[in-house]
Design a protein. Sequence first.
Lengths: 277, 355
Amino acid sequence: MSRRSKSDSRALWIAAVPMFLLALSCLYPFYFALNNALKDNRGYILDRFGLVNDPTFANFITAWSRARFDEYFMNSFTVTVGAVLALLLISSLAGFALAVLRFPYRKLVFVVILASLMIPVQVVLVPFYQTILALDLLNTRTGLILSYTAFFLPFSVYLMTAFYSALPRELVEAARVDGARFIHVWWFIMLPMGRPALLTLAILNTLYCWNDVLISLLVLQDERTLMVGITALRGEYTTNVPLLSAAIVLAAAPIVILYVLFQRKIVAGIATGAVKG
Amino acid sequence: MANLALSSIEKSFGTVKVIKGVDLEIPHGEFVVFVGPSGCGKSTLLRLVAGLENPTGGDIIIDGEDVTDEEPYDRGIAMVFQSYALYPHMTVAENMGFALRLQKQSKKERRAAVERAAEILQITQLLDRKPAQLSGGQRQRVAIGRAIVRDPKVFLFDEPLSNLDAELRVQTRMEIARLHKKLGATMIYVTHDQTEAMTMADRIVVLRDGIVEQVGSPTDLYDDPDNMFVAGFIGSPKMNFVPCVATGDNQVAFGNVPIQLPALNSSLVKGAEYTIGIRPEHLQSDAGQAVSMNIEAVEQLGSTAFVHGDLVSEQSTCRLVVEMRDQRPNAGDNVQLHFDLKRLVLFNEAGQRVR
């Protein structure tokens, strides 16, 4: 028995070493950014890897006010909230329809949605840009909200369909017998029961929308979102790394907080999609 | 007027015909049980009545109104599902009052109706709990309560006791029967358990392969089955079947054992093959045709014993089950059996009853 527990603990240690290295590789960029954000430019040039001696918040203040990060933050916040709300509403309705309702070509519709998951964004950039131009949505936040909704919808619909398909069909039938129209079934039964999956989707889509550069760069050319603003801080020949680091910390902070608060639900939600799909 | 009438109901799933023309009339207040083996179409028939499936042919009439094309909520029915189907995010009271909420009844009216139903089922103390906090039996009561609150024209039960343990099943069975008497409502109950059917039903509908084999009271089906399927399906242990050949107008023989039948309305065809049906408890009468049997195995239940053995004649053997009350038979014993001729039934080669 004790021999067995000894070999168990050895196996645990063997597994722990690569896991520790993996964690280190993930955490080091955070450390690097935060450490350098607190240095001035001279301090960074003298010792870029060493721990900060004389911490200063000047870079954060500069990034927030002089580099217009307050505006960029509001842009990112508005389009992320708008797109995530649209994604949750549409994917919940579509998932309900695909999982519960019986209509012609239902499976074909689902396959088409799945197929669109396989197409990389880069492949459709030109027709996408032409569509944005044709719809007069260039340089509008609405345009960016609609773009995010369109690009991230297939995965959201797939996840909600998988989640709703796994719920017992009798619940829908009981509600129908109780007097519920289909829209009532969605509102009173499926929407509250889909809360775990919707929460996961909300977090994942917030990550996608908040961190996006490419689509935002195309649609919102006069104004900027936070991530595009960060890339603009890099000069052609020189870069103020402490200022860039402060901007990165500011941009990443909401997402890190969100992830820390809901990390268990994110993992549970991803598992839902993988197993029940 | 019938509370519920099914007329030439048919249902196909793709090319597979599951219900093959069912006609049935159920008067108001009757407790009808659909019974049959797995895949016979009994649950499909119930779902057709509920409106959860659309029939391929035929009409469904409830209270004189054709509801064939109506949605489930417009039929005046309530259904209790095998899996309870309680909404997990709602409390017991919210579950029970959900239908009334959809009817836009006030909170006060809803609460009153829910409390009335809860009192009938003695679940008042559970009203603020969530389904996850209830036992299987309690969940089933809530599901029944949800049906009562709707005050439906017809109650539908789809194998509601299947998920309960044996003791709770017997208890809930009696409660549903009591509830039927109290409410006086029409109830249709689906089960594959013939004991449930026998103990609860006013009338039993026996189904096989989408066809109604026989409709009648439990005792009618037990004593006077129309065919070998019904005779074999109703009753536990099942009826004994003894193959025989007609040797006279109302005489048959099992091998070299002649068996004199009671007077029949039709004459037997001499030399044709028939099957005698006799229940295990009718092989122990004082008089009648006597045959001997070697006991192979005994199922001793205390007040009674079921004895298994082979009836042997010159050409063939036939496995029999005999009920012996107040006796202590042992394996290896030889017993004299007496066929109770008044209780003996005869079936032709097609399995249909010869009367």
